[in-house]
Design a protein around this ligand. Structure first.
Ligand SMILES: [Zn+2]
Length: 142
C-alpha cells in the first residue's frame, strides 16, 4: 500500500486540522512548518513532531481503522504544538499544552463535550486518553 496517497476524506480532515494548527501556532508563536498525517504503518503513537517543525498526526483508530474523533485529533495536535517549544513532558510543557488546549476550547476548535456522553463530567479525560505521552521521536531529542 502506498501511504503517500491521501484519500479525499484524509485530505479534508488534514485541511481542517492545518487551518486550526496554523491559528494556534500563530497565537502562541510556535514554529509550525507543516502538518501531515502519520504513516499508516505507525501504530503506537498518536502524533509526533520533529526539529524542523513538522507535525504528524495519526488519523485512524489502530483497532478498527475508523477515523479518530476530531476532538481527539485536536487534543493530540495541541500536545504536539506544545512540543515545538518544549521537547519533553516537563512541567513547562504541560503548562503550555493546557494553555493551548484552553485557548482551542474557548475558540470553539476543541469541543470535547460534543463527543463525551452525559454524566462523564470530565472534559480533560479525552485529552489525556488521546495523548498517551509517547516519547518524542529520536530526531527531536537534544
Ligand atoms: Zn509528547
Amino acid at each position: 500500500m502506498n501511504w503517500d496517497r491521501f484519500s479525499e476524506e484524509e485530505r479534508e480532515i488534514l485541511e481542517r486540522l492545518d487551518h486550526h494548527a496554523r491559528l494556534l501556532a500563530g497565537r502562541f508563536g510556535l514554529p509550525l512548518a507543516h502538518l501531515t498525517r502519520e504513516s499508516g504503518r505507525v501504530k503506537r503513537r498518536y502524533g509526533s513532531c520533529d526539529v524542523n517543525g513538522v507535525i504528524r498526526l495519526r488519523l485512524h483508530d489502530r483497532r478498527n481503522g475508523a477515523f479518530l474523533k476530531y476532538s481527539s485529533l485536536i487534543a493530540t495536535l495541541c500536545h504536539e504544538l506544545a512540543h515545538l517549544k518544549h521537547l519533553n513532558h516537563g512541567i513547562r510543557f504541560r503548562a503550555l499544552y493546557m494553555q493551548i488546549l484552553e485557548y482551542a476550547r474557548a475558540a470553539g476548535i476543541y469541543r470535547p463535550r460534543a463527543v463525551i456522553s452525559p454524566g462523564k463530567d470530565d472534559p480533560g479525560r479525552e485529552a489525556r486518553e488521546a495523548t498517551p505521552g509517547g516519547s518524542p521521536p529520536a530526531a527531536a531529542r537534544r
